[in-house]
Design a protein around this ligand. Structure first.
Ligand code: GAR
Length: 207
C-alpha cells in the first residue's frame, strides 16, 4: 500500500472524499493518507483531517517565493517518507526542487481541461465564457503550471447553469468521484512499479 501526503489550501472537499474512499471505498488498501499539509492555517480541510485522526502540518507560504517555500515543504515532508503527493486544492506552484524529489509522483486535480485553461479559478473561466460544458482533469505535476501528463478527464455539463455557484457545485460533484477513481488506477498501474518508500512517520508541529 502506498503512503501519501495530501496538500491543501482551503475547504478540503476533495480531501474529505479521498479520506472516505481510503477508509471504506475504492482507495481502501490502495493508499493511506499519513499527513495533510496546508499552506494556510485557516484551511477548512485541516479540521477534516483532524476529525479523521490524520496528522496535520501547516507550512505557511505567505511572503515566501516558490524556492524558499519548496525548501520548507521538503523539510516538512521528508520525515513522513511518503510515496506520493496528492494536491487537492493546493494553490501554490511547487518549486523545481519539490518536483524533482517526487518526480512522477505528484498528482493534481484541475477544474478545467488543462489543454484549454491553466491557472486559478477554472470554474470562473468556464462561467465567464458561458461554456456549455467543461472538463475536469487529473494530471501529473511537472515544472510548469498545469502541463503535466493527463491521467483522467471527465466532462461536466454546464447547460442551464446560471450562477457560478451552480457551476462549482456541478464541477465538484464530478471532481470527487473522478479523483479517487483516477488515483486508484494510477496507484495500481504506475504506483506498483515504484521502489518501496523507506517508511517511518514522525509527527510535525503545526505552526
Ligand atoms: C477544486 O475545485 C480544485 O479542482 C481546485 O480547487 C478546488 C479545491 O476545492 N484546484 C485548483 O484550482 C488547482 N489549480 P476543495 O478544497 O473543496 O477540494
Amino acid at each position: 500500500m502506498r503512503s501519501v501526503a495530501v496538500l491543501i489550501s482551503g475547504r478540503g472537499s476533495n480531501l474529505e472524499r479521498i479520506v472516505a474512499e481510503v477508509g471504506d471505498g475504492c482507495l481502501s488498501g490502495v493508499c493511506d493518507v499519513v499527513v495533510v499539509v496546508s499552506n494556510r492555517s485557516t484551511a477548512g480541510g485541516l479540521e477534516i483531517a483532524r476529525r479523521a485522526g490524520i496528522p496535520t502540518c501547516v507550512v505557511p507560504s505567505r511572503g515566501l517565493d516558490a524556492d524558499a517555500y519548496g525548501q520548507r515543504l521538503l523539510e516538512t515532508l521528508e520525515p513522513w517518507r511518503v510515496d506520493a503527493l496528492i494536491l487537492a486544492g493546493f494553490m501554490r506552484v511547487l518549486s523545481p526542487a519539490v518536483i524533482g524529489r517526487y518526480r512522477g509522483r505528484i498528482v493534481n486535480i484541475h477544474p478545467a481541461d488543462t489543454a484549454e485553461y491553466q491557472g486559478m479559478d477554472g470554474y470562473g473561466w468556464a462561467f465567464q465564457r458561458r461554456l456549455a460544458e467543461t472538463t475536469i482533469t487529473v494530471h501529473l505535476v511537472d515544472e510548469r503550471v498545469d502541463t503535466g501528463r493527463v491521467l483522467a478527464q471527465e466532462m461536466v455539463s454546464l447547460q442551464g447553469a446560471t450562477t457560478l455557484d451552480e457551476v462549482k457545485r456541478r464541477g465538484l460533484a464530478v471532481e470527487h468521484g473522478l479523483y479517487s477513481r483516477a488515483l486508484r488506477r494510477w496507484f495500481q498501474s504506475e504506483g506498483r512499479l515504484w521502489t518501496a518508500s523507506a517508511g517511518g512517520r514522525t509527527p510535525c508541529a503545526e505552526s
